[in-house]
Design a protein around this ligand. Structure first.
Ligand code: NAD
Length: 490
């Protein structure tokens, strides 16, 4: 009998009355792990009512006290790291080491949010006119919610959750229905950490649950991460309902390789970027653009390295790449590879129809390299979100930068070179929110805001760090005069 997951509302685990449920599938074995309810609107409302009740006291608690359960949560996350990582791998497919990596970034965000007493300080000016002072303070919004994707089940909720509650809000998480087990484990730790009931809540579900969140009049702000189509939809509906929204979307990340790059290092980093997490990272390299003579040597080395990548179940020793998330995803990726070939690309390595020993039912796509991908074709611009690297070739850095800037997404762009002037020009001119110089996954650490440009992001304030603090607070300006004998003397 499969476990049916519960929601965490008002400080307790509650069974959902959902009529519809989905099976959570281990993508390496294709076996079900649990059943997740698609919670109806009434259950979102119950969470909002509990959050509103909790907000009254939580926002009045001094910031230095609000962060105490976060310190405890950090310890609990460290103590349970291996167990959490195993769960991430089981439901999401990435390797155990990759799961540990995402948990490290989650913990880092908790650490940064523990600095809220100074991060959320306001500012003031004395004597803006004689005897009149002006102060700006930051106050929490109230009830806020986040809707997250499948590919980083533990890290992405933590781009938001610690900042939201440390600044005094009450937070509701709607995790991806494909990977709800990690959130389930995280909320067991959150419960132990000692947050008051209603401050942090978990509501499982799918589209209808999301719509109930977007339409709820008492939810003040929405943080979203997922595909561009959903991001655009959520941004519009949240804005139409008068909410703040920050919505991160999809990506198609180009990496430019100059002829003077260290080819051995570039190959190693590029292969990790393109095939790590089976290409299901929003910061995965998906197009390598070689300049001039970089083409020949990079292509040969890439093919060699991609061919040797060990594919299998992420919990097994030595495995470097796991499966993609679902059978549908595998079929979509394989369909896009076929489309690339129809558009004129040459398949240097074909990752379709390859079997993985002991896991024949799993949703595996092996590393795939497509050469001479036509720049105007669909494959050059469509997010594949799988282990597929496209190669394109140009003769100058001008052409490469034009190609980078021709795309609608702007999550990340990278350059590999030894030439500082080319590197500077690249970082100055490319349209991307994250730039890597001799780096293949330019993911900002938690002390920096994180987000893309263009079709990769809808909103203005990004995730993490001081942007998180600004997103979850509203400013209030107080202009103050205290008439007295002393003031009048001057
Ligand atoms: P997705 O858009 O399918 O789902 C994301 C969330 O939205 C889930 O919680 C899901 O329940 C909900 N959702 C999906 N369709 C909906 C709809 N029609 N109405 C209401 N809610 C809906 O994304 P995914 O497949 O889980 O994640 C992969 C995508 O996320 C990729 O495009 C990837 O690039 C992107 N991503 C972006 C970033 C970033 O920082 N920009 C980070 C990670 C992932």
């Amino acid at each position: 009998m499969l476990e049916r997951l519960k929601n965490f509302v008002d400080g307790d685990w509650r069974p959902s009355n959902a009529v519809e449920t989905l099976k959570v599938i281990n993508p390496a074995t294709a076996k079900p792990l649990a059943e997740v309810p698609l919670s109806p609107a009434g259950e979102v409302d119950a969470a909002v009512v509990a959050a509103q009740k909790a907000f009254v006291e939580w926002r009045r608690r001094p910031a230095g006290e609000r962060i105490q359960p976060l310190f405890k949560l950090k310890i609990l996350l460290e103590e349970n790291l291996d167990d959490l990582a195993r769960t991430i791998t089981e439901e999401c497919g990435k390797t155990f080491a990759e799961s540990v990596g995402e948990l490290r970034r989650a913990i880092e965000n908790v650490e940064v949010a523990c600095g809220i007493p100074s991060l959320m300080q306001g500012c003031n000016s004395e004597d803006i006119a004689s005897g009149i002072d002006e102060h700006m303070v930051r106050q929490p919004l109230g009830v806020v919610a986040a809707i997250t994707p499948f590919n980083f089940p533990a890290m992405i909720p933590f781009w938001f959750l610690p900042y939201a509650v440390a600044t005094g809000n009450c937070f509701i998480l709607k995790p991806s229905e494909r990977v709800p087990l990690s959130s389930n484990k995280l909320f067991h730790l959150i419960r132990t950490a000692g947050f008051p009931p209603g401050v942090l809540q978990l509501v499982n579900g799918g589209k209808e649950t999301v719509n109930a969140i977007l339409d709820h009049p008492s939810i003040r702000a929405i943080s979203f991460v997922g595909s561009t189509a959903t991001a655009r939809y959520i941004y519009s509906r949240a804005a139409a309902n008068g909410k703040r929204a920050q919505c991160q979307g999809g990506a198609k990340n180009p990496v430019v390789v100059m002829p003077d790059a260290d080819m051995e290092m570039t190959t190693r980093i590029l292969v990790d970027s393109a095939f790590g997490c089976a290409g299901q990272r929003c910061l995965a390299a998906s197009v390598a653009i070689t300049v001039g003579e970089a083409r020949k040597v990079l292509t040969e080395q890439l093919v060699e390295a991609a061919n040797h990548r060990k594919v299998g179940y992420g919990l097994d020793q030595g495995v470097e790449m796991g499966p993609v998330i679902s059978a549908e995803s595998k079929a979509r990726i394989e369909g896009l590879i076929a489309k690339g070939v129809r558009e004129g690309a040459r398949l240097l390595i074909d990752g379709r129809d390859r079997k993985t020993k002991d896991y024949e039912d799993g949703f595996f796509v092996f590393p795939t390299v497509m050469d001479e991908v036509p720049p105007q074709g669909e494959i050059a611009h469509t997010e594949i979100f799988g282990p597929v690297l496209s190669l394109m070739h140009v003769t100058s850095i001008d052409e490469a930068i034009r190609m980078v800037n021709a795309r609608s997404y702007g999550n990340m762009a990278c350059i590999f070179t030894h030439d500082g002037a080319n590197a500077r020009r690249f970082r100055y001119e490319v349209n991307a929110g994250n730039v890597g110089i001799n780096v293949g996954v330019a993911a900002p650490i938690a002390y920096f805001p994180f987000s893309g440009w263009g079709e990769s992001f809808f909103g203005d304030l990004h995730a993490q760090a001081h942007h998180g603090v600004e997103f979850y607070t509203q400013t209030k300006v107080v202009v103050e005069r205290w008439p007295s004998q002393w003031n009048r003397k001057f």
